[in-house]
Ligand binder design. Structure first.
Ligand code: NAD
Ligand code: GLY
Length: 368
């Protein structure tokens, strides 16, 4: 099993391991099991595919350990207090001690929710992230943001709780539905958009290979994305500054996701997170053009790349512009001094812009 390693420095350093078949590497999975209790939290799609392999690998390395598994419902609508409580209940039931470890096996939903439970149990136990979606591999498993959704908004209840390790088994992408692969590519494009113009050139050159699930191209995209996420989050782990750039497109995306949820009565209806981020990034690029910060060519180029990757670039029909703007005011990225956006001066040059005129945003939202 060959693997690439990206180190995240800082107060709570950890490593991101990227390679084929790493879920079978018991020594690697057990490395951060300091005590005797391991809880493998997963969802109903991922657990049947990979749960047994993880249990077997852990058992082989740590025959003395008490290993429990918890299978939760899949999807954004499952990122709730109720399911968070089920993780806590599972830890309580096994009598997990302060040296226990939660292994979060799944996409961003499981990673965020199980990570949050690990942050809360006994004021914080170890969490090893085992991401199985591209989105989780390149973004949510790294950096320590954990959370659940509430009706008022996404990720409004959570904690910063860095993982002890991130173990990315790239072979799990072979079972990922293509829609979810494309959603992950949106977050990959984000790194190019905010800080790495050369990555956009690379993505344009490798778009077909990525969509065809070429293993070499995917591994390269994952490693480059993780390197960016590691560097940004080690410099600004608590989002006091630079880390906010990672929210490029997210103020729009979270409003779209919340409005879809309100209309449909549950989170996860309509566009998924990565798709909403694709639309949000295009809106952020168009807003930058409108405010005179960037040329229209940059927005056009970003839009073309996302379309090529099979991602949506317009607000879904049926979402009201005023309602979206109201949601954006509630977003946790809105500061006391008015709407705050991550915009750009062009590809690879994002920055925080405060006090954006709401009427310009509303006009953009009305255009869709
Ligand atoms: P997800 O966790 O819902 O996974 C998407 C779907 O793919 C689910 O149905 C899941 O069961 C299935 N799946 C996962 N891996 C699979 C595999 N290998 N084979 C087959 N099916 C598989 O969604 P996601 O896109 O991974 O994550 C989205 C969530 O991540 C959102 O809640 C978002 O807010 C959060 N997020 C968090 C951060 C962060 O920094 N913490 C960053 C970005 C996104
Ligand atoms: N995905 C945004 C962040 O980790 O800050």
């Amino acid at each position: 099993m060959s693997s690439t390693r990206v180190d995240v420095a800082g107060a709570a350093p950890y490593a991101i391991h990227i390679g084929d078949g790493l879920l079978h590497d018991g020594a690697l999975l057990a490395k951060h099991l300091r005590g005797r209790h391991a809880l493998i939290a997963s969802d109903e799609h991922v657990s049947p595919l990979y749960g047994d392999a993880v249990v077997a690998a852990l058992r082989a390395s740590r025959p003395d350990a008490q290993i429990a598994t918890l299978v939760l419902p899949a999807g954004e609508s499952a990122k709730t207090f109720d399911n968070f409580n089920r993780v806590i209940a599972a830890l309580a039931e096994m009598g997990a001690t302060r040296d226990a470890c939660v292994h979060a096996l799944g996409g961003g939903v499981i990673g965020d929710m199980a990570g949050f439970a690990a942050a809360c149990w006994m004021r914080g136990i170890d969490c090893v992230q085992l991401p199985t979606t591209l989105l989780a591999m390149v973004d949510s498993s790294v950096g320590g943001k954990t959370a659940i959704d509430i009706p008022q908004g996404k990720n409004l209840v959570g904690a910063f709780h860095p993982p002890r390790a991130v173990v990315i088994d790239t072979t799990t992408l072979r079972t990922l539905p293509s829609r979810e692969l494309r959603a992950g590519l949106a977050e990959v494009v984000k790194y190019g958009a905010i800080i790495d113009a050369g990555f956009i050139d690379w993505l344009e050159a490798h778009a077909d290979a990525l969509l065809a699930m070429d293993a070499t191209a995917l591994s390269a995209a994952i490693a480059r994305s993780c390197t960016h996420k590691a560097a940004i989050t080690e410099r600004d782990p608590l989002e006091h500054g630079e880390r906010a750039l990672l929210n490029f497109g997210h103020t729009f995306a979270h409003a779209i996701e919340a409005e879809q949820a309100a209309l449909n009565g549950q989170w996860g209806a309509g566009l998924n997170h990565g798709e909403a981020v694709a639309v949000g990034m295009v809106l952020a690029a168009r807003l930058s053009t409108r405010l005179g910060m960037a040329t229209p060519d940059d927005a056009t180029r970003l839009t073309a790349l996302l379309v090529r990757l099979g991602l949506p670039v317009r607000i879904p029909p049926g979402l009201d512009a005023d309602a979206l703007l109201a949601r954006m005011r509630l977003d946790k990225k809105t500061a006391a001094d008015g709407l705050r956006f991550i915009l750009w001066d062009g590809i690879g040059r994002a920055r925080i812009v405060r006090g954006v005129d709401e009427s310009v945003v509303l006009q953009l939202l009305r255009e869709g």
